[in-house]
Design a protein around this ligand. Structure first.
Ligand code: PEP
Ligand code: MG
Length: 875
């Protein structure tokens, strides 16, 4: 049947691996392991395509149920066992030991000669079936478990004997009675109900939330795996574990994981018992361990990637239960990608695809600085130590519930979520938190795995503390120190330390491995270039360090916002006739521009003429008093100054006197800026005649009509030529425009066709798409006021992405495409780029690449992410 994919035992080996979309991640791993000769307990996968059928019909097609029975029979033959117990771990929910009942539990006891094991398996089934299939709260079982343990004076579950386990099963059955629910004794009824429960679990709120947070879209549903049980709880020659083929925090090439002797899988993952490090398994189960290493190596070679595996040893024999490419931190992702290339396991291009944009972002995110780590605040502030669940530094207010975390985050607070342990229900709050701290659970506990996937700092298994959600307190056992909700603490996910104080953090930036990897990205054939939006020398230097190939946008107005300069700019705005102030502005602009040329030596430096409405620079009325009025040339006449400010007010400044309109109304400002740019270039060339290279590009903002463009372009040209002649230097400058008003996109051919009537030469050599304004004006959504409804739109699915982050391909993207085509039709060599926020967004970058644009320009700290994204598209 197209709905069923058998694996293991006598199952046919697939020649082509099935699609992960159809059999799910776990199903694919099982198919591959079965194919390459790694022992997996035989079973079969029901495809994801059944998920929507189940959602609609509340049942599965008859042919599927028949297929289930046929496959169970095949497995019975393969294993020479009768269907008594099976596992059925799905993506969302897992039920182990299906098929046990009051009768088969005795059969299992006899067949295995291990009565305790049989009853232990049965009580687990009663618990999991109740919870997963019938929705009985796990705590109801947990309470009975504690009661029986207490009565028996047992500290651990392994300390319970046969009789106590039998009592426990009876107690569990009581839970069903209390809840008015029934546990079916017929194994097939159990199986069918479990299959339905797994398909049904796809739409549970926690699964929906998980997909939402991780931006998982366009999946059909979950697959369901039905698999023979192998038992890790059959005595001291049995066990179970989870491991990564390399360290998922650091990337170091050593097996990393944990195992438990005489236990079933959920004991490890749930963090109930504290497992042993995997390396110790070599001593206790040497043969199984050797086989395990061999299997993991085979899988790494096949998948060309670090593996996350689960296994069980049953009476000395190793079975692999699951494999997948492991989740990892940013640091680990980069190290692993490079190591795999060096080990010959994958190519450079393949390695690029193993690093995600968020991994690169993580490296640009905070850790505690070396100095901070040595400070007294840190060393004397350590109150407890847990396991280093996920590296990174977090500082924030303590919260005790996921709900509080979400609320506090919404209010702009940074919070540390502290829990006894976390479960999938907590993911919303975990996402909202800056860091996560748990009292229980190992390195593969839920909290650690989830946090590592997100690159969020996590300290787990911190047994030095007692967490009380009820009292909203954390008690430090040794010292009796108590922390309350709202207290600020710091956590160090790399060491597991919990610190009482606020510790300063820093960001590592590009070092070693990342630079190598991004170098590979830059080498991909035909890769789109990445430039930076930078407005000052230091910004430009940072951009160059991050690998920017130039400056795609310098917003000159950013040079004005400095306490010494602002009064001069303001004076000029109030008294434009005063040329001294304009001269003064020219003076500091010239020196700033030179810094940019020096930092970029020879690379394009694109400088945009003044763009924002002038009143943005003015003081707010409440800041105006006599001293200010005097300083700005109004004597002490405050009312007159206020009247001037009032007269410049605009109802709709984004559509008011800004962009090229300013330069047209006040041509002297355009002239001044061009003179500053060209003089700065000349200064640098004269200062370093042998080494200096300059390439200024002068960019006109907010063009809508061709006459606007021509007006400014001719002015620029005249001024630039004047400086060139004066300084007797051939400065290779270019003139171009932002395309950010929809009308400019529609008439782009006309802009590209413009020539200087005197010499017949083209006037426009580049377009840079200002997708921030283009989005604002194409969609009619204010950049500054969109927060009132965009979150709601995203939630309701009216927008798939925030259009100010990810380009709206259909509308705004159409404008870009249309304009680019018109521009290229007139001038095949026209340079086309994007300098809006979208230039740093991987999804948008892919779209711009598909349009054949030459480069994107984004903020300096997005440059590494953009380089990776641009390279990956070309792999
Ligand atoms: C834009 O509009 O996309 C742009 C880059 O300019 P600004 O954000 O400065 O308006
Ligand atoms: Mg703009």
């Amino acid at each position: 049947s197209k709905y069923i994919y058998p694996f293991g035992g006598s199952a046919p080996k697939p020649t082509v691996d099935p699609s992960k979309q159809i059999v799910g991640g776990k199903g694919l791993g099982l198919q591959v392991m079965s194919k390459i000769g790694v022992d997996v307990p035989p079973g079969f996968t029901l495809t994801t395509t059944l998920c929507p059928i189940y959602a609609k019909e509340n049942d599965l097609p008859a042919e599927v149920w028949k297929g289930v029975r046929d496959n169970v029979r095949r497995i019975e033959v393969d294993m020479e066992k009768e269907f008594g117990s099976m596992s059925m771990p799905g993506m969302m929910d897992t039920v182990l030991n299906i098929g046990l009942n009051d009768v088969t539990v005795d059969g299992l006891a006899k067949a295995t000669g291990n009565e305790r094991f049989a009853w232990d398996s049965y009580r687990r089934l009663l618990d999991m079936y109740g919870e997963v299939v019938l929705g009985i709260p796990h705590e109801d079982f947990e309470k009975r478990f504690d009661k029986v343990k207490e009565a028996a004076g047992a500290a651990n579950d392994v300390d319970l004997g046969v009789e106590e386990l039998k009592t426990l099963c009876n107690e569990y059955k009581q839970v069903y009675v209390e809840q008015g629910k029934e546990f079916p004794m017929d194994p097939y009824k159990q199986l069918y109900a479990c299959v339905k429960a797994v398909f049904g679990s796809w739409m549970t709120p926690r699964a929906v939330k998980y997909r939402e947070i991780n931006n998982i879209k366009n999946l059909i549903g979950t697959a369901t795996n039905i698999q023979t049980m192998v038992f890790g709880n059959m005595g001291d020659d049995s066990g179970t574990g989870v491991a990564f083929s390399r360290n998922p925090s650091t990337g170091e090439n050593v097996m990393y994981g944990e195992y438990l002797i005489n236990a079933q899988g959920e004991d490890v993952v749930a963090g109930i018992r504290t497992p042993q490090p995997i390396s110790q398994m070599k001593e206790v189960l040497p043969a199984a361990y050797a086989k395990f290493l061999e299997n993991v190596e085979k899988l790494e070679v096949y998948f060309k990637d670090m593996q996350d595996v689960e296994f069980t040893v049953e009476k000395g024999k190793l079975w692999m239960l699951q494999c997948r490419n492991g989740k990892r931190t940013g640091v680990a992702a980069i190290k692993i990608a490079i190591d795999l290339v060096n080990e010959g396991k994958c190519t450079q291009s393949e390695a690029l695809l193993k690093v995600e944009p968020r991994h690169v972002e993580q490296l640009l995110h905070p850790t505690f600085s070396a100095d901070a780590l040595k400070s007294d605040a840190y060393t004397k502030g350590i109150v407890a130590k847990g396991l280093p669940g996920s590296p990174g530094a977090a500082v924030g207010k303590l919260v005790f519930t996921p709900k509080q975390a979400e609320e506090e985050k919404a209010n702009g607070a940074s919070v540390i979520l502290v829990r006894e342990t976390t479960s999938p229900e907590d993911v919303g709050g975990m996402w909202a938190a800056a860091g996560i701290l748990t009292a229980r659970g190992g390195m593969t506990s839920h909290a650690a795995v989830v946090a590592r996937g997100w690159g969020k700092p996590c300290v787990c298994g911190c047994s030095d503390i007692v967490v009380s959600e009820e009292n909203q307190t954390v008690l430090v056992k040794d010292t009796n120190e108590v922390f309350k909700a709202g207290d600020v603490i710091s956590i160090n996910g790399a060491t597991g330390e919990v610190i009482r104080n606020v510790i300063p953090v820093e960001t590592p930036g590009l070092k070693g491995g990342l630079e190598t990897l991004l170098g590979w990205a830059d080498q991909e054939e035909g890769v789109m270039k990445v430039l930076a939006n930078a407005d000052s020398g230091p910004d430009a230097t940072q951009a160059a360090e991050n690998g920017a190939m130039g400056i795609g946008l310098c917003r000159t107005e950013h040079m004005f916002f400095n306490p010494e300069r602002l009064p001069i700019v303001r004076r000029w705005i109030f008294h434009t006739e005063c040329l001294d102030d304009l001269d003064h502005i020219k003076h500091f602009q010239r020196s700033d521009f030179k810094d940019l040329f020096v930092a970029m030596n020879g690379k394009h430096v694109t400088i945009r003429l003044l763009d924002p409405p002038l009143h943005e620079f003015l003081p707010r009325p409440e800041q105006v008093h006599e001293k200010v009025a005097e300083e700005l040339g109004f004597g002490k006449d405050v009312p007159r100054m206020l009247a001037r400010i009032e007269s410049m007010h605009e109802e709709n400044p984004m559509l008011g006197l800004r962009g090229c309109r300013l330069g047209i109304v006040k041509p002297e400002f355009t002239q001044m800026q061009v003179e500053a740019i060209m003089s700065a270039a000349a200064d640098f060339m004269e200062e370093c005649p042998d080494t200096a290279k300059v390439h200024p590009r002068i960019m006109i903002p907010l063009i809508g009509s061709i006459k606007e463009y021509k007006n400014q372009a001719l002015l620029i040209k005249q001024e630039a030529e004047r400086i060139k002649a004066e300084r007797k230097l051939d400065i290779p400058y270019e003139i171009g425009t932002m395309i950010e008003v929809p009308r400019a996109a529609l008439v782009s051919d006309k802009i590209a066709s413009l020539v200087d009537d005197e010499d017949g030469k083209p006037l426009c050599s580049f377009f840079s798409y200002g997708t921030n304004d283009l989005t604002q004006m194409t969609m009619g959504i204010s950049r500054d006021d969109s927060n009132g409804f965009i979150p709601k739109y995203l939630e309701m699915g009216i927008f798939e992405d925030d259009p100010f982050q990810t380009i709206d391909e259909e509308g705004v993207g159409y404008m870009v495409n249309h304009s680019a085509n018109l521009g290229k039709r007139i001038n095949p060599n026209i340079s086309l780029s994007v300098c809006g926020e979208h230039g740093g967004d991987p999804k948008s970058i892919e779209f711009f690449d598909s349009l054949g644009l030459n480069y994107v320009s984004c903020s300096p700290y997005r440059v590494p992410v953009a380089r990776l994204a641009a390279g990956q598209i070309r792999v």
